[in-house]
Design a protein around this ligand. Structure first.
Ligand code: HEC
Length: 123
């Protein structure tokens, strides 16, 4: 038993802090989702990381609608967070010239965080 633990210790210490840091951040975000709201800064970072901000701004129309308009459209709908989370990952095609590309690489937990954040915008 003691030997098994001793054997595993060197490989753990060999892990560079560079490879551990993103994992730790991810764990923190997941924890934030499970235990309470993640900070706005955390979610803004996700929106940058997945390049949502190329097409979406908080209040201006870019290729996609601004967060404030999306929030207004879904105001009062109990299923809003779930619908938006699904659309983030699957994409959406409306009547406009542009469509929302699918983002299957976004984990469900992070899509939920982004949806919750988008829905907080008010006029
Ligand atoms: C290439 C541009 C583009 C990118 C990148 C993009 N979107 Fe969109 N998004 C759009 C467009 C255009 C629409 C409007 C789709 C429509 O209804 O025709 C849209 C719609 C949406 C909607 C509203 C869906 C609905 O049900 O009305 C949400 C929420 C959204 N995007 C979130 C995101 C998030 C989060 C990301 C990043 C993971 C992202 N978008 C990346 C262009 C983009």
């Amino acid at each position: 038993m003691q030997d098994a633990v001793a054997d595993r210790t060197p490989s753990l210490t060999a892990m560079s802090s560079r490879s551990v840091a993103p994992l730790a951040r991810r764990l923190l975000l997941t924890l934030a989702l499970l235990t309470g709201p993640a900070s706005a800064a955390d979610v803004q970072e996700l929106l940058q990381k997945y390049r949502c901000t190329i097409c979406h701004a908080e209040r201006e129309v870019l290729a996609g609608p601004p967060w404030v308009d999306i929030a207004a459209r879904y105001r009062g709908q109990p299923q809003a967070e779930m619908i938006i989370s699904t659309r983030i990952r699957a994409g959406a095609r409306g009547s406009g010239l542009w469509h929302m590309p699918p983002h299957p690489e976004v984990p469900k937990t992070e899509a939920a965080l982004m949806s919750r954040y988008i829905l907080t915008f008010t006029e």
